[in-house]
Design a binder for this molecule. Structure first.
Ligand code: FES
Ligand code: FES
Length: 162
C-alpha cells in the first residue's frame, strides 16, 4: 500500500498522505470532498449506487472503468484520474449527453440509482461500447434500480450512443 498518493479528481491534482488502508473512495468523496452525488446504498459492492469512473493510461491507451467507490480504497487511485457525477456537466451548464438522454427518456424515477447508472453509462460510451442491448445489459449489470425502470435506462443508453 502507498502512504502518499497523487491522483486527479476531475481536473484537480490531489496529494494525500497518511492514508488508512481501509479508507474508501466513497467515504473520502462524501465526507471530505462534500461530493454527495455518489450515493451509498449497500456499501458492499452489490448495488452500484456508488459508481464512479476511474481513468488510467494502460499500454499507451486511456481506459475508462466504472468502479464501486464503496469497495475501492483511496490508495488504489494512485496515478489515476477520478470522475464523479459532479464532473459531467459541461462548462456552459448543459448536461452530459448521457444525462440528457436519461432526462429525455424518463430513465430516472426516485433518482437514487441514477448517478451510478450514469457513470457506468459514460464509461461504456467512452470505451466505444456498441448499440447492442445485450452488451448494454452486461455493462449495466452492476447497477440495480429499486424502482425497476430498466427499459427506459437501456433506451437512454442507446440514444446517448448516437
Ligand atoms: Fe452499493 Fe457501493 S454502495 S455497490
Ligand atoms: Fe429509484 Fe432507480 S430510480 S432506484
Amino acid at each position: 500500500m502507498r502512504h502518499h498518493i497523487r491522483f486527479y479528481l476531475g481536473q484537480t491534482l490531489h496529494e494525500v498522505s497518511d492514508l488508512s488502508p481501509t479508507h474508501t473512495v466513497l467515504d473520502w468523496l462524501r465526507d471530505q470532498k462534500g461530493l454527495t452525488g455518489t450515493k451509498e446504498g449497500c456499501n458492499e459492492g452489490d448495488c452500484g449506487a456508488c459508481t464512479v469512473m476511474v481513468v488510467r493510461l494502460e499500454n499507451g491507451q486511456l481506459t475508462w472503468r466504472s468502479v464501486n467507490a464503496c469497495i475501492q480504497f483511496l490508495w488504489m487511485l494512485d496515478g489515476a484520474q477520478l470522475f464523479t457525477v459532479e464532473h459531467l456537466q459541461n462548462p456552459d451548464g448543459s448536461l452530459h449527453p448521457v444525462q440528457q438522454a436519461m432526462v429525455d427518456l424518463h430513465g430516472s424515477q426516485c433518482g437514487f440509482c441514477t448517478p451510478g447508472f450514469v457513470m457506468s453509462m459514460v464509461a461504456y460510451v467512452q470505451n466505444g461500447g456498441g448499440d447492442d442491448p445485450k452488451a448494454i445489459n452486461t455493462a449495466l449489470a452492476g447497477n440495480l434500480c429499486r424502482c425497476t425502470g430498466y427499459a427506459p435506462i437501456i433506451r437512454a443508453m442507446q440514444q446517448a450512443r448516437r
